[in-house]
Design a protein around this ligand. Sequence first.
Ligand SMILES: Nc1nc2c(ncn2[C@@H]2O[C@H](COP(=O)(O)OP(=O)(O)OP(=O)(O)O)[C@@H](O)[C@H]2O)c(=O)[nH]1
Length: 257
Amino acid sequence: MSGRRNIHRNGVVPEFNFAMVGALGAGKSALTVKYITRRFIMEYDPDLEGTYTKHEDWDGQDFVVHLMDTCDKEDSDPSRYLRWADAFIIVYSITNRQTFEMARQYMDSISIYLKGQGRECPVALVGNKIDLERYRQVNKSEGSSLATEYDCVFYETTAAEEYDFVERVFHRVIQETHHDKYGHILQPVYIADDRATMWGTSQHPQLQQHHPQLQQHHPQFTHLQHRRPKSPKGLSDRKDEKNQQKKSLNKFFKIFN
Ligand SMILES: Nc1nc2c(ncn2[C@@H]2O[C@H](COP(=O)(O)OP(=O)(O)OP(=O)(O)O)[C@@H](O)[C@H]2O)c(=O)[nH]1
């Protein structure tokens, strides 16, 4: 029986580079690792910066997401991620006002950088640790106003509970970035098995699954109405998923769930 499956219009699996930025302790590493492994890890080496890769099979569409868990030091040059990223996820902790003030500074410096480069790219502001509501120092409305000020996406989430809370944030950023890079909303493209093999899906076994849900309408993409210019790309030091996970595992001390 000949099944049907999708690949991207030009036969290439889309790849996105996301930079996780924010103050120490905001939860960048926890959110990164949660997205990559679906697990919440309690402790990280704050000096370790790493780029992690995840192969996504979301709603019948395949993507590769590269996530840089940044670690800014006083003398470090932010251009390493400013130039590389297709999108920025700025994280603060709702339990720590200082991290929110730092998030504001990041918003400012990223927007100044992008303006200077004549670029626009998606930015998401993320208030993390909502499982610690009783220690909240930053109101949701403050996060939302800051995001509105910079015309960016805003979410509150937690790395410590269901994976869905975190996935929602990343999927939204993927939608925005996809729109940026390819100039159209995510639309699954159907091709027959033999064409897919010809186009090289044997290198991507995940493409060989059948996705009946693709035949449904995707109302979640309809919010993407405006177009933005493409973002430049470029980073040589991408590592494969296994190496990245190995590296991230070196950081782990305690596993929460
Ligand atoms: N309860 C709770 N704890 C969290 C959450 N996210 C992170 N943490 C904890 O907060 C601490 C700091 O999180 P990290 O992910 O290391 O923060 P970071 O932004 O990467 O900062 P550094 O690792 O210090 O560079 C760690 O002990 C995490 O386990 C969360 O959503 N809920």
